[in-house]
Design a protein. Structure first.
Lengths: 294, 299
């Protein structure tokens, strides 16, 4: 297929390499030109603008960090909506708010293009090896056409439905459940510590029992036990950005989410105390502060 | 089993859990005396060689370790502090092994009472269900003076597959067990919110279930309770909403006493209360999934 890829960050890079490995005709674009160098060596076309990238493409994948970026790329002058051929598909792979996905969907429809929302589950190393989870949603015919690309990027595909916003909702809800798990773990550790129990003991009880096998608990719990918050996977500020999107989705859908509200408040407190750049597990430190332990 | 390894054990409280645990101890060859208010619960154990005591006193006399497995704090207090109770009847230097789930404050109080009577309290609540206890597959969280915990270890080994040493005070075990239940409740509450949010955007619950349990949340807590929510099988009761509320009251009391704010726990407890207010108190506590849906205008 003739594919374009925009956004060659840590995740995007791995995903674009997977597309190349399937011998598709790939054009790439990134605002940071340096990121495109390795793709030139491998035979990809390096586009000098989004407009240039869109020429003759059947599918363009975007992997951009923020709603504002994907909006710029889609709606800006010479952007996707203006430049993609009619009938082409835009796969939006980041984690975006419901309102953004709805706006993209409407604008592409107006230009006779199709939006698929395909948020991904996993880290950069999984992206590089094609082991991501993918959550595609959009018109069935478009999903069918993109199936060969999806199979290159992910090992497990969760079909979310025919409306792109369904995929966003899943990704946001998954992040919400994660945030709540991190917050609750912080509370549990503070509780036992106040009674003189070592955090490690509760960690073992949790991860050898009800929460065994769950990376959310095994990973973040370990960081809390070791208080190694400066080894950053996903920082507090990214949690904050996502939680604002989650709260926005909850507002649009009229879903009260009291546990998630607690998570937002702990994120805010952590940032207020200067811990914004630490790993999200630092919410345990924020909790222990609130408990008079720090 | 050699006589030297054979412990003289008393067992008080033969509910479903207690029966299964006592049977494991008997099966390992220990000298077992059992007591339950309704003696018919002891029939199988007596057939297997246990001696039936006619009161708590008889279940304590001459015993090295007396296990209590009673349903709540009031029952534990009565059995321990009442006339002819464990405190009066257990010999000096012997161990009261409390294996139910109890309030931290209650355990602290009993530890001090036993200490005054020159006895030792070990708390060792159990993680798991009766069917797991019957085959020795539960886990045990143990707390108390290390010599006493060590003495109980042969019993732990036949009752459970894994014992976690929580610390040298009985309350260490109580709070660890409560924290584990706390984490489970919070996970149920958060999952419920996730299901309501995704449903409102047209997602089939099964899909969100798969995303969670094949990814970040590939653990029994999410698999078991998420499945109940997907199937809306709240009538198949493992643990009722009412019992969940009881546990969360113990948790919040322990947190208040230690000055630990638990906002996630408060959010979950309020959902449980609402579920009970809507008549779902005897359903499985995963019914918080339905309560969250109600709060979201989905029911």
């Amino acid at each position: 297929m003739r594919v374009g890829f925009i956004g060659l960050g840590r995740m995007g890079k791995g995903m674009a390499h997977r597309i190349l490995s399937g011998r598709h005709d790939l054009a790439v674009y990134d605002v940071a030109q340096q990121a495109t160098v390795e793709f030139a060596k491998e035979g990809a076309h390096i586009a000098n603008s989004i407009e240039d990238l869109c020429k003759d493409r059947e599918v363009v994948i975007t992997m951009l960090a923020e709603d504002a970026h994907v909006q710029d790329v889609a709606f800006g002058r010479g952007g996707l909506c203006a430049s993609l051929p009619a009938g082409a598909i835009h796969i939006a792979s980041g984690t975006y708010g419901i309102a953004t996905i709805r706006a993209l969907e409407a604008a592409h429809a107006k230009a006779k293009q199709t939006l698929l929302a395909v948020p991904v589950l996993g880290r950069p190393d999984l992206a590089a090896s094609g082991q991501l989870g993918l959550v595609p949603a959009g018109p069935q015919e478009a999903i069918d056409r993109c199936e060969p690309l999806l199979k290159l990027m992910g090992k497990r595909i969760f079909y979310a439905g025919t409306k792109p916003e369904s995929a966003s909702a899943i990704k946001l809800a998954n992040n919400a459940v994660l945030g709540c798990a991190i917050t609750a773990m912080g509370e549990g550790f503070s509780l036992v510590r106040k009674y003189g129990v070592e955090a490690k003991v509760l960690y073992e009880v949790l991860t050898e029992g009800l929460f065994g096998g769950a990376p959310a608990y095994v990973g973040y719990g370990k960081t809390m036990v070791n208080e190694s918050y400066d080894k950053v996977g996903s920082p507090v500020t990214i949690g904050m950005k996502d939680s604002v999107l989650i709260a926005g989705a909850a507002n649009i859908a009229r879903v009260p989410m009291p546990s998630h509200d607690v998570y937002i408040q702990r994120l805010l407190g952590a940032i207020a105390h200067g811990d914004g750049d630490l790993d999200q597990a630092a919410l345990a430190r924020e909790q222990s502060r609130a408990s008079g332990l720090e | 089993m050699t006589d030297a390894n054979r412990l003289r054990v008393g067992f008080i409280g033969l509910g479903r859990m207690g029966q299964a645990m006592a049977a494991r101890i008997l099966g390992a060859g220990h000298d077992l005396v059992v007591f339950n208010r309704s003696a018919d619960k002891a029939t199988e154990l007596v057939k297997g060689g246990a001696v039936l005591a006619s009161n708590v006193k008889q279940a304590c006399e001459g015993r090295e370790i007396v296990i209590t497995m009673v349903s709540d704090d009031a029952a534990l207090r009565e059995v321990t502090l009442g006339a002819g109770g464990v405190r009066e009847s257990l010999g000096q230097g012997e161990i009261h092994l409390a294996m139910g789930t109890h309030a931290v404050a209650e355990i602290q109080k009993l530890a001090s009472v036993h200490s005054d009577a020159k006895q030792i309290l070990v708390a060792a609540p159990v993680l798991g269900r009766p069917d797991m206890a019957a085959i020795g597959q539960v886990s045990i969280v143990a707390g108390g003076p290390s010599q006493a915990v060590k003495k109980c270890d042969p019993l732990f080994q036949v009752i459970g597959k894994r014992t976690f040493q929580c610390g040298d005070r009985a309350e260490h075990a109580s709070v660890t067990k409560l924290a584990n239940n706390f984490m489970l409740g919070c996970a149920i509450g958060a999952m419920a919110e996730g299901f309501s949010l995704t449903r409102k955007f047209g997602v089939v619950p099964q899909v969100f279930y798969e995303v969670m349990t094949e990814g970040l949340f590939a653990a029994p807590a999410y698999k078991v309770y998420g499945k109940i929510m997907v199937d809306e099988a709240y009538d198949k009761v493992g643990f009722t909403a009412m019992l969940g509320l009881k546990d969360f009251s113990l948790i919040m009391a322990a947190a208040e006493a230690a000055r630990v704010p638990l906002p996630s726990g408060n959010a979950f407890r309020d959902r449980l209360l609402s579920a009970i207010a809507h008549g779902d108190g005897t359903k499985d506590w995963a019914v918080v999934g339905r309560e969250q849906a109600r709060a979201s205008g989905l029911e």
